[in-house]
Design a protein around this ligand. Structure first.
Ligand SMILES: NC(=O)c1ccc[n+]([C@@H]2O[C@H](COP(=O)([O-])OP(=O)(O)OC[C@H]3O[C@@H](n4cnc5c(N)ncnc54)[C@H](O)[C@@H]3O)[C@@H](O)[C@H]2O)c1
Ligand SMILES: O=C(O)C[C@H](O)C(=O)O
Length: 345
Protein backbone atom coordinates (compact mmCIF):
# COMPACT_ATOMS: atom_id res chain seq x y z
CA UNK A 1 0.00 0.00 0.00
CA UNK A 2 1.29 3.45 -0.82
CA UNK A 3 2.45 5.88 1.85
CA UNK A 4 -0.44 8.24 1.18
CA UNK A 5 -2.94 5.40 1.44
CA UNK A 6 -1.43 4.34 4.75
CA UNK A 7 -1.51 7.92 5.97
CA UNK A 8 -5.15 8.06 4.97
CA UNK A 9 -6.03 4.89 6.85
CA UNK A 10 -4.12 6.13 9.90
CA UNK A 11 -6.41 9.15 10.08
CA UNK A 12 -9.49 6.98 10.53
CA UNK A 13 -11.52 7.76 13.64
CA UNK A 14 -11.50 4.65 15.84
CA UNK A 15 -14.92 5.26 17.45
CA UNK A 16 -16.98 5.65 14.28
CA UNK A 17 -14.81 4.07 11.61
CA UNK A 18 -15.53 7.16 9.55
CA UNK A 19 -12.51 8.88 8.16
CA UNK A 20 -11.45 12.42 8.80
CA UNK A 21 -11.56 12.97 5.07
CA UNK A 22 -15.07 11.64 4.60
CA UNK A 23 -16.50 13.57 7.52
CA UNK A 24 -15.27 16.78 5.96
CA UNK A 25 -16.36 15.64 2.50
CA UNK A 26 -13.00 16.35 0.92
CA UNK A 27 -9.35 15.77 1.72
CA UNK A 28 -8.29 19.26 2.67
CA UNK A 29 -8.51 22.68 1.14
CA UNK A 30 -5.03 22.24 -0.26
CA UNK A 31 -5.52 18.82 -1.86
CA UNK A 32 -6.22 19.40 -5.56
CA UNK A 33 -9.25 17.97 -7.29
CA UNK A 34 -8.03 15.03 -9.42
CA UNK A 35 -10.02 12.78 -11.72
CA UNK A 36 -8.74 9.27 -12.51
CA UNK A 37 -10.32 7.15 -15.27
CA UNK A 38 -9.76 3.39 -15.48
CA UNK A 39 -10.43 1.80 -18.89
CA UNK A 40 -11.06 -1.93 -18.50
CA UNK A 41 -12.28 -1.41 -14.94
CA UNK A 42 -14.48 -4.52 -14.82
CA UNK A 43 -11.58 -6.88 -15.55
CA UNK A 44 -9.22 -8.96 -13.45
CA UNK A 45 -6.86 -6.02 -12.92
CA UNK A 46 -9.53 -3.34 -13.29
CA UNK A 47 -11.61 -4.35 -10.26
CA UNK A 48 -8.89 -4.49 -7.59
CA UNK A 49 -7.26 -1.42 -9.16
CA UNK A 50 -10.59 0.42 -8.85
CA UNK A 51 -10.67 -0.56 -5.18
CA UNK A 52 -7.10 0.66 -4.57
CA UNK A 53 -7.70 3.95 -6.38
CA UNK A 54 -10.86 4.44 -4.29
CA UNK A 55 -8.60 4.18 -1.22
CA UNK A 56 -6.28 6.88 -2.55
CA UNK A 57 -7.02 10.25 -0.93
CA UNK A 58 -5.43 12.12 -3.84
CA UNK A 59 -8.34 11.05 -6.06
CA UNK A 60 -11.50 13.18 -5.97
CA UNK A 61 -13.33 11.58 -8.90
CA UNK A 62 -13.02 8.00 -10.13
CA UNK A 63 -14.49 7.04 -13.53
CA UNK A 64 -14.75 3.30 -14.15
CA UNK A 65 -15.14 2.38 -17.81
CA UNK A 66 -15.47 -0.99 -19.56
CA UNK A 67 -17.49 -2.42 -22.40
CA UNK A 68 -19.86 -3.86 -19.75
CA UNK A 69 -20.06 -4.62 -16.05
CA UNK A 70 -18.89 -1.26 -14.74
CA UNK A 71 -22.19 -0.08 -13.21
CA UNK A 72 -21.91 -2.97 -10.74
CA UNK A 73 -18.23 -2.42 -9.96
CA UNK A 74 -18.85 1.30 -9.51
CA UNK A 75 -21.88 0.78 -7.24
CA UNK A 76 -19.87 -1.64 -5.10
CA UNK A 77 -16.71 0.50 -4.81
CA UNK A 78 -18.72 3.72 -4.35
CA UNK A 79 -20.00 2.56 -0.94
CA UNK A 80 -16.49 2.79 0.52
CA UNK A 81 -16.31 5.88 2.72
CA UNK A 82 -13.37 7.64 1.14
CA UNK A 83 -12.98 10.97 -0.61
CA UNK A 84 -13.67 10.18 -4.26
CA UNK A 85 -16.97 10.16 -6.06
CA UNK A 86 -17.25 7.03 -8.24
CA UNK A 87 -19.14 6.73 -11.50
CA UNK A 88 -19.45 3.71 -13.79
CA UNK A 89 -19.55 3.98 -17.58
CA UNK A 90 -20.35 1.05 -19.89
CA UNK A 91 -20.18 0.90 -23.67
CA UNK A 92 -18.47 3.09 -26.22
CA UNK A 93 -21.15 5.76 -26.17
CA UNK A 94 -20.19 6.51 -22.54
CA UNK A 95 -16.43 6.59 -23.07
CA UNK A 96 -16.30 10.34 -23.67
CA UNK A 97 -18.05 11.08 -20.38
CA UNK A 98 -15.73 8.71 -18.54
CA UNK A 99 -12.67 10.49 -19.91
CA UNK A 100 -13.74 14.13 -19.84
CA UNK A 101 -11.62 16.09 -17.37
CA UNK A 102 -9.41 13.13 -16.42
CA UNK A 103 -5.96 13.98 -15.03
CA UNK A 104 -4.76 10.37 -15.13
CA UNK A 105 -6.07 7.59 -17.41
CA UNK A 106 -5.11 4.00 -16.54
CA UNK A 107 -5.56 1.40 -19.29
CA UNK A 108 -5.72 -2.27 -18.25
CA UNK A 109 -8.19 -3.09 -21.09
CA UNK A 110 -7.44 -6.13 -23.20
CA UNK A 111 -6.97 -9.88 -23.14
CA UNK A 112 -4.49 -11.62 -20.80
CA UNK A 113 -2.15 -14.52 -21.64
CA UNK A 114 -2.86 -18.21 -21.28
CA UNK A 115 -0.10 -20.80 -20.65
CA UNK A 116 2.19 -21.21 -23.67
CA UNK A 117 1.55 -17.70 -25.00
CA UNK A 118 3.99 -14.79 -25.15
CA UNK A 119 2.84 -11.24 -24.51
CA UNK A 120 3.33 -10.58 -28.22
CA UNK A 121 0.66 -13.22 -28.94
CA UNK A 122 -1.81 -10.69 -27.47
CA UNK A 123 -0.86 -8.07 -30.05
CA UNK A 124 -3.58 -8.85 -32.59
CA UNK A 125 -6.40 -8.14 -30.13
CA UNK A 126 -4.90 -5.63 -27.73
CA UNK A 127 -3.25 -3.35 -30.31
CA UNK A 128 -6.66 -2.41 -31.71
CA UNK A 129 -8.16 -1.93 -28.23
CA UNK A 130 -5.36 0.40 -27.14
CA UNK A 131 -5.47 2.28 -30.45
CA UNK A 132 -9.20 3.02 -30.17
CA UNK A 133 -9.05 3.92 -26.47
CA UNK A 134 -6.13 6.29 -27.07
CA UNK A 135 -8.01 7.97 -29.92
CA UNK A 136 -10.74 8.72 -27.36
CA UNK A 137 -8.16 9.98 -24.84
CA UNK A 138 -6.82 12.37 -27.52
CA UNK A 139 -10.35 13.65 -28.09
CA UNK A 140 -11.71 13.95 -24.57
CA UNK A 141 -8.73 14.47 -22.23
CA UNK A 142 -5.68 15.30 -24.36
CA UNK A 143 -3.66 16.57 -21.39
CA UNK A 144 -4.13 13.51 -19.16
CA UNK A 145 -1.20 11.36 -18.03
CA UNK A 146 -1.77 7.96 -19.67
CA UNK A 147 -0.66 4.79 -17.85
CA UNK A 148 -0.68 1.86 -20.31
CA UNK A 149 -0.92 -1.56 -18.65
CA UNK A 150 -2.32 -3.57 -21.62
CA UNK A 151 0.18 -6.00 -23.15
CA UNK A 152 2.40 -6.17 -25.04
CA UNK A 153 3.52 -2.93 -23.36
CA UNK A 154 6.65 -2.83 -25.56
CA UNK A 155 4.29 -2.30 -28.53
CA UNK A 156 1.15 -0.74 -27.03
CA UNK A 157 3.04 2.34 -25.76
CA UNK A 158 4.47 3.10 -29.24
CA UNK A 159 0.94 2.57 -30.63
CA UNK A 160 -0.42 5.13 -28.15
CA UNK A 161 2.31 7.61 -29.12
CA UNK A 162 1.46 7.32 -32.82
CA UNK A 163 -2.27 7.76 -32.16
CA UNK A 164 -1.55 10.92 -30.15
CA UNK A 165 0.84 12.22 -32.84
CA UNK A 166 -1.84 11.77 -35.50
CA UNK A 167 -4.34 13.59 -33.31
CA UNK A 168 -1.82 16.40 -32.71
CA UNK A 169 -1.91 15.86 -28.95
CA UNK A 170 1.30 13.89 -28.34
CA UNK A 171 3.32 15.01 -25.38
CA UNK A 172 6.05 12.48 -24.56
CA UNK A 173 6.00 13.63 -20.95
CA UNK A 174 2.47 12.29 -20.51
CA UNK A 175 2.73 8.74 -21.83
CA UNK A 176 3.87 5.86 -19.62
CA UNK A 177 4.11 2.10 -19.98
CA UNK A 178 3.51 0.61 -16.54
CA UNK A 179 6.46 -1.63 -15.63
CA UNK A 180 6.06 -1.24 -11.87
CA UNK A 181 5.18 -4.92 -11.44
CA UNK A 182 8.70 -5.84 -12.57
CA UNK A 183 10.09 -3.61 -9.83
CA UNK A 184 7.66 -5.04 -7.27
CA UNK A 185 8.78 -8.58 -8.20
CA UNK A 186 12.49 -7.72 -8.24
CA UNK A 187 12.19 -6.22 -4.74
CA UNK A 188 10.30 -9.22 -3.39
CA UNK A 189 12.57 -11.86 -4.91
CA UNK A 190 15.75 -9.97 -3.92
CA UNK A 191 14.64 -9.47 -0.32
CA UNK A 192 13.79 -13.18 -0.04
CA UNK A 193 17.18 -14.28 -1.38
CA UNK A 194 19.29 -11.65 0.42
CA UNK A 195 17.31 -12.12 3.66
CA UNK A 196 16.83 -8.38 4.12
CA UNK A 197 13.75 -6.41 5.07
CA UNK A 198 11.69 -6.05 1.89
CA UNK A 199 10.55 -2.60 2.99
CA UNK A 200 14.16 -1.37 2.73
CA UNK A 201 14.74 -2.81 -0.75
CA UNK A 202 14.77 -0.90 -4.00
CA UNK A 203 15.79 -2.33 -7.37
CA UNK A 204 15.62 -0.43 -10.65
CA UNK A 205 14.28 -2.50 -13.55
CA UNK A 206 15.05 -1.17 -17.02
CA UNK A 207 14.47 -2.08 -20.67
CA UNK A 208 10.95 -3.20 -21.48
CA UNK A 209 8.19 -5.46 -20.21
CA UNK A 210 8.57 -8.92 -21.80
CA UNK A 211 11.02 -11.75 -21.17
CA UNK A 212 14.66 -10.77 -21.69
CA UNK A 213 13.70 -7.12 -22.27
CA UNK A 214 13.03 -6.96 -18.50
CA UNK A 215 16.43 -6.12 -17.01
CA UNK A 216 16.60 -5.82 -13.21
CA UNK A 217 19.71 -3.98 -12.02
CA UNK A 218 20.49 -5.98 -8.89
CA UNK A 219 23.99 -4.43 -8.77
CA UNK A 220 22.19 -1.21 -7.73
CA UNK A 221 19.89 -2.89 -5.21
CA UNK A 222 19.44 -1.42 -1.77
CA UNK A 223 19.94 -2.90 0.84
CA UNK A 224 23.11 -4.28 -0.67
CA UNK A 225 23.98 -7.92 -0.09
CA UNK A 226 26.84 -10.07 -1.28
CA UNK A 227 24.97 -12.46 -3.52
CA UNK A 228 26.91 -14.86 -5.74
CA UNK A 229 26.79 -14.42 -9.52
CA UNK A 230 24.65 -17.55 -9.89
CA UNK A 231 22.16 -16.15 -7.37
CA UNK A 232 21.94 -12.84 -9.28
CA UNK A 233 21.42 -14.73 -12.53
CA UNK A 234 18.66 -16.84 -10.98
CA UNK A 235 16.98 -13.70 -9.56
CA UNK A 236 17.21 -12.02 -12.96
CA UNK A 237 15.62 -15.00 -14.69
CA UNK A 238 12.86 -15.23 -12.08
CA UNK A 239 12.05 -11.53 -12.49
CA UNK A 240 11.98 -11.88 -16.29
CA UNK A 241 9.70 -14.92 -15.99
CA UNK A 242 7.55 -13.54 -13.15
CA UNK A 243 4.53 -13.03 -15.40
CA UNK A 244 4.83 -16.53 -16.83
CA UNK A 245 5.09 -17.99 -13.30
CA UNK A 246 1.66 -16.49 -12.54
CA UNK A 247 0.14 -17.41 -15.92
CA UNK A 248 1.16 -21.05 -15.40
CA UNK A 249 -0.05 -21.14 -11.79
CA UNK A 250 -3.42 -19.74 -12.89
CA UNK A 251 -3.56 -22.52 -15.50
CA UNK A 252 -5.66 -20.80 -18.14
CA UNK A 253 -7.54 -18.41 -15.84
CA UNK A 254 -5.48 -15.36 -16.81
CA UNK A 255 -2.34 -13.57 -15.69
CA UNK A 256 -1.30 -11.42 -12.73
CA UNK A 257 -4.22 -9.30 -11.57
CA UNK A 258 -3.84 -8.63 -7.82
CA UNK A 259 -0.11 -7.87 -7.81
CA UNK A 260 -0.64 -5.86 -11.00
CA UNK A 261 -3.44 -3.85 -9.42
CA UNK A 262 -1.08 -3.09 -6.52
CA UNK A 263 1.69 -2.08 -8.93
CA UNK A 264 -0.71 0.00 -11.04
CA UNK A 265 -1.97 1.78 -7.93
CA UNK A 266 1.61 2.59 -6.86
CA UNK A 267 2.40 4.03 -10.27
CA UNK A 268 -0.82 6.07 -10.56
CA UNK A 269 -0.23 7.40 -7.04
CA UNK A 270 3.26 8.52 -8.12
CA UNK A 271 1.76 10.29 -11.15
CA UNK A 272 -0.77 12.09 -8.92
CA UNK A 273 1.92 13.10 -6.44
CA UNK A 274 4.01 14.47 -9.31
CA UNK A 275 1.05 16.44 -10.67
CA UNK A 276 0.48 17.83 -7.19
CA UNK A 277 4.06 19.07 -6.97
CA UNK A 278 5.43 16.55 -4.48
CA UNK A 279 9.23 16.62 -4.98
CA UNK A 280 11.50 13.66 -5.79
CA UNK A 281 8.88 11.21 -6.98
CA UNK A 282 10.83 8.58 -8.91
CA UNK A 283 9.49 5.34 -10.44
CA UNK A 284 10.64 3.13 -13.29
CA UNK A 285 8.49 3.38 -16.43
CA UNK A 286 8.63 2.61 -20.16
CA UNK A 287 8.73 6.05 -21.76
CA UNK A 288 10.07 7.94 -24.76
CA UNK A 289 13.77 7.99 -24.05
CA UNK A 290 17.26 8.90 -25.20
CA UNK A 291 18.93 6.73 -22.55
CA UNK A 292 19.79 4.18 -25.28
CA UNK A 293 19.49 4.30 -29.05
CA UNK A 294 15.93 2.92 -28.79
CA UNK A 295 13.06 5.45 -28.95
CA UNK A 296 11.27 3.94 -25.93
CA UNK A 297 12.96 2.43 -22.91
CA UNK A 298 12.11 1.75 -19.27
CA UNK A 299 14.29 3.42 -16.69
CA UNK A 300 13.91 5.53 -13.57
CA UNK A 301 11.77 8.59 -14.25
CA UNK A 302 11.28 11.66 -12.08
CA UNK A 303 7.61 12.67 -12.08
CA UNK A 304 6.43 16.24 -11.85
CA UNK A 305 3.63 18.68 -12.56
CA UNK A 306 3.72 17.92 -16.31
CA UNK A 307 4.33 14.19 -16.08
CA UNK A 308 7.91 13.15 -16.89
CA UNK A 309 10.21 15.76 -15.40
CA UNK A 310 13.42 13.85 -16.08
CA UNK A 311 14.30 10.47 -17.57
CA UNK A 312 17.19 9.28 -15.42
CA UNK A 313 20.18 7.41 -16.82
CA UNK A 314 21.09 3.80 -16.13
CA UNK A 315 23.93 4.39 -13.67
CA UNK A 316 26.84 1.95 -13.37
CA UNK A 317 26.06 -1.55 -14.68
CA UNK A 318 27.78 -4.85 -13.89
CA UNK A 319 29.24 -6.81 -16.81
CA UNK A 320 26.29 -9.21 -16.59
CA UNK A 321 23.85 -6.29 -16.83
CA UNK A 322 25.81 -4.75 -19.73
CA UNK A 323 25.43 -8.05 -21.60
CA UNK A 324 21.72 -8.16 -20.73
CA UNK A 325 21.29 -4.62 -22.06
CA UNK A 326 22.83 -5.47 -25.43
CA UNK A 327 20.90 -8.74 -25.60
CA UNK A 328 17.51 -7.09 -25.06
CA UNK A 329 17.86 -4.41 -27.73
CA UNK A 330 16.94 -6.39 -30.89
CA UNK A 331 13.69 -7.75 -29.40
CA UNK A 332 12.69 -4.42 -27.88
CA UNK A 333 13.46 -2.59 -31.13
CA UNK A 334 11.32 -4.96 -33.17
CA UNK A 335 8.38 -4.75 -30.70
CA UNK A 336 8.52 -0.95 -30.81
CA UNK A 337 8.64 -0.95 -34.61
CA UNK A 338 5.73 -3.43 -34.77
CA UNK A 339 3.59 -1.07 -32.71
CA UNK A 340 4.51 1.98 -34.78
CA UNK A 341 3.81 0.12 -38.04
CA UNK A 342 0.42 -1.09 -36.80
CA UNK A 343 -0.65 2.39 -35.71
CA UNK A 344 0.23 3.84 -39.12
CA UNK A 345 -1.25 1.07 -41.27
N1 LIG B 1 1.88 -4.10 -17.60
C1 LIG B 1 1.86 -5.15 -16.80
O1 LIG B 1 2.77 -5.33 -15.98
C2 LIG B 1 0.72 -6.11 -16.85
C3 LIG B 1 0.52 -7.01 -15.78
C4 LIG B 1 -0.55 -7.87 -15.83
C5 LIG B 1 -1.41 -7.87 -16.93
N2 LIG B 1 -1.19 -6.99 -17.94
C6 LIG B 1 -2.10 -6.92 -19.11
O2 LIG B 1 -3.29 -6.23 -18.72
C7 LIG B 1 -4.36 -6.61 -19.61
C8 LIG B 1 -5.61 -6.91 -18.81
O3 LIG B 1 -5.44 -8.04 -18.00
P1 LIG B 1 -6.65 -8.59 -17.09
O4 LIG B 1 -6.13 -9.76 -16.36
O5 LIG B 1 -7.28 -7.48 -16.33
O6 LIG B 1 -7.67 -9.09 -18.23
P2 LIG B 1 -9.25 -9.31 -18.09
O7 LIG B 1 -9.69 -10.04 -19.31
O8 LIG B 1 -9.58 -9.89 -16.77
O9 LIG B 1 -9.83 -7.83 -18.12
C9 LIG B 1 -9.70 -7.03 -19.23
C10 LIG B 1 -10.89 -6.09 -19.30
O10 LIG B 1 -10.73 -5.27 -20.44
C11 LIG B 1 -12.02 -5.05 -20.95
N3 LIG B 1 -11.98 -4.56 -22.31
C12 LIG B 1 -11.76 -5.26 -23.45
N4 LIG B 1 -11.87 -4.43 -24.51
C13 LIG B 1 -12.14 -3.20 -24.01
C14 LIG B 1 -12.36 -1.94 -24.60
N5 LIG B 1 -12.32 -1.77 -25.93
N6 LIG B 1 -12.64 -0.90 -23.79
C15 LIG B 1 -12.65 -1.06 -22.45
N7 LIG B 1 -12.47 -2.23 -21.84
C16 LIG B 1 -12.21 -3.29 -22.62
C17 LIG B 1 -12.73 -6.39 -20.80
O11 LIG B 1 -14.13 -6.23 -20.89
C18 LIG B 1 -12.24 -6.81 -19.44
O12 LIG B 1 -13.12 -6.40 -18.42
C19 LIG B 1 -3.81 -7.79 -20.41
O13 LIG B 1 -3.41 -7.33 -21.67
C20 LIG B 1 -2.61 -8.24 -19.62
O14 LIG B 1 -1.66 -8.91 -20.41
C21 LIG B 1 -0.15 -6.13 -17.92
O1 LIG C 1 2.76 -12.00 -17.89
C1 LIG C 1 1.74 -11.48 -18.34
O2 LIG C 1 1.21 -11.85 -19.38
C2 LIG C 1 1.10 -10.37 -17.58
C3 LIG C 1 2.04 -9.31 -17.13
O3 LIG C 1 2.74 -8.72 -18.17
C4 LIG C 1 2.95 -9.75 -16.03
O4 LIG C 1 4.13 -9.42 -16.05
O5 LIG C 1 2.46 -10.40 -15.08
Amino acid sequence: MTTSMLAYLARRTPSTGASYLTRRGFASDSTPVRKVAILGAAGGIGQPLSLLMKLNPLVSSLALYDISGTPGVAADVSHINTRSEVLGFAGEEQLGKALKGADVVIIPAGVPRKPGMTRDDLFNINAGIVKSLCAAVAKYCPHALVNVISNPVNSTVPIASEVFKKAGTYDEKRLFGVTTLDVVRAKTFYAGKAKVNVADVNVPVVGGHAGVTILPLFSQATSSANLANEEIEALTKRTQDGGTEVVEAKAGKGSATLSMAYAGAIFADACLKGLNGVPDVVECSFVQSTVTDLPFFASKVRLGKNGVEEVLGLGALSDYEKQGLEALKPELKSSIEKGIKFANA
